[in-house]
Design a protein around this ligand. Sequence first.
Ligand code: SF4
Ligand code: SF4
Length: 186
Amino acid sequence: MKVVKQKDVKLDGSFAEEIAKRSGENVFLCYQCRKCASGCPNRMFMDSTPTELMRYAQLGMVDEAMKKNTIWYCLSCQTCSTRCPQDIDIAHVIDTMRIIGQEKRIKADDNKLPLFNRLWMTMIKYMGRAYEAGLVAALNLFTGHPFKDMALGMKMIRKGKLKLFPSIKKPFATMKMFSRAKRLKK
Ligand code: SF4
Ligand code: SF4
């Protein structure tokens, strides 16, 4: 096993700077108390905790942060942000990491997660609301398993738990919202 000597460790603050520039949050304020991780309702499904993500950001470990499923499994529920004694909006930091990861085209270990996110956002943009049956069908198609869970889906449609067709509400309103966000970004 290769031993890493202290003098060989180089810290890269550019990731933290990028996060600060985009979100206004300073990840160096985190002192690893783990209050965010202990309150996270989705922690059990994540590869690493929100606390660990903050450490990756402090150390400039971009790939480690982006490849984990954590940034994709975050529900943006804000529990961590509310609990942080340092007032860091961790949910916003994670959201920012997702955007940076997409822009830099860093592939997550599980590629289905960014794909799910893209499909979901496209659906919201054009339909103004979620369309679960369409989302699952598109995800199955893009991942090469078109008939996955089909029997279960049909059963749910028959029982009225899933709608076969989407109900589109005010699509132009969300489309306008998306183009405004794009303009603001520029
Ligand atoms: S915002 Fe994300 S990381 Fe924070 S508690 Fe909620 S699910 Fe967990
Ligand atoms: S709650 Fe705040 S200070 Fe504590 S580990 Fe999480 S981010 Fe860091």
